[in-house]
Design a protein around this ligand. Structure first.
Ligand code: ADP
Ligand code: ADP
Length: 237
């Protein structure tokens, strides 16, 4: 089943100054991602990777083309359906984006509080999520007391709080050392295998793609220049 489908999608940002052209960040991209896959998007800085992620979670609207999640065109959703879509998509970031003034539990609880879930349910769910990411003993700690790898595990727990179908990872291991990177990649693999969550990762690191992804999309100047099985694409001359 196709979970994410981009059809002839382009995204242009307004010209930065009067005598320059609009910036075409994504240029006529078509892409299908099957439910259950781990898909990597790789490319240099400025290739359009983050824009693709922001189109998938409806933070940006395409200039042209269609973005479908689970068969629904998300550019045509009303406010209520958009909120529902957002709870179907979790996101993690290079700099973790944790709330420094909230505890680990408070960070993980946040999306559930926004969704208006009952307190008792939040408490049970937070404990379950912290166990899943191996931070059961850190509920009362603050982000500044954690290592980078632990912070990203909190980010993952928070992203999973609303039981999303899709996890988007934006350079999620780029701020981590190699050993910690492996730990986080192992956890992401468990998120995929044990929870059945479809993962879309963007990275400029070939190793991340090689160890994590089932398939890879290579972007350059807003376009897809390669797309296929990781082994085939990376071993091509
Ligand atoms: P990547 O994630 O591969 O580094 P981006 O999607 O961030 O690529 O950027 C693609 C292009 O779009 C770049 O030229 C970038 O400068 C431009 N761009 C990205 N976001 C914006 C924005 N909000 N406004 C204007 N230009 C942007
Ligand atoms: P903060 O001060 O960071 O906002 P709180 O202690 O107020 O954190 O907790 C925020 C949420 O996290 C609450 O909904 C609470 O139920 C949940 N929570 C707090 N401590 C734990 C814990 N040890 N295990 C599970 N959930 C917890």
């Amino acid at each position: 089943m196709t979970l994410i489908r981009l059809t002839d999608v382009s995204k242009a940002y307004p010209a930065p100054s009067k005598d320059s052209e609009p910036v075409v960040a994504v240029d006529d991209v078509s892409l299908e991602i099957e439910a259950g896959q781990i898909c990597g998007i790789i490319g240099y800085s400025g290739a359009g990777k983050s824009t693709v992620l922001r189109l998938v979670n409806a933070l940006e609207a395409p200039t042209s083309g269609a973005v479908e999640i689970d068969g629904r065109d998300i550019t045509k959703l009303r406010e209520k359906d958009l909120r529902e879509l957002r709870s179907d998509i979790g996101m993690i970031f290079q700099q973790f984006n944790l709330f420094e003034s909230r505890t680990v539990a408070g960070n993980v609880a946040y999306p559930l509080e926004v969704a208006g879930r009952p307190r008792a349910e939040i408490k049970t769910r937070v404990a379950e999520l912290l166990d899943f990411v191996g931070l059961g003993g850190k509920a009362k700690s603050y982000p500044e007391q954690l290592s980078g790898g632990q912070k990203q595990r909190v980010g993952i727990a928070r992203a999973l709080a609303t039981s999303p179908k899709i996890l988007l990872a934006d350079e999620a291991t780029s701020a981590l050392d190699p050993d910690t990177t492996q730990e986080v990649l192992d956890l992401l693999r468990r998120v995929n295998r044990e929870l059945g969550i479809t993962i879309l990762v963007i990275t400029h690191e070939m190793d991340v793609i090689r160890t994590l992804a089932d398939r890879v999309v290579v972007m350059e100047s807003g376009r897809i220049i390669e797309n296929g099985d990781v082994f085939d694409v990376l071993s091509a001359p």
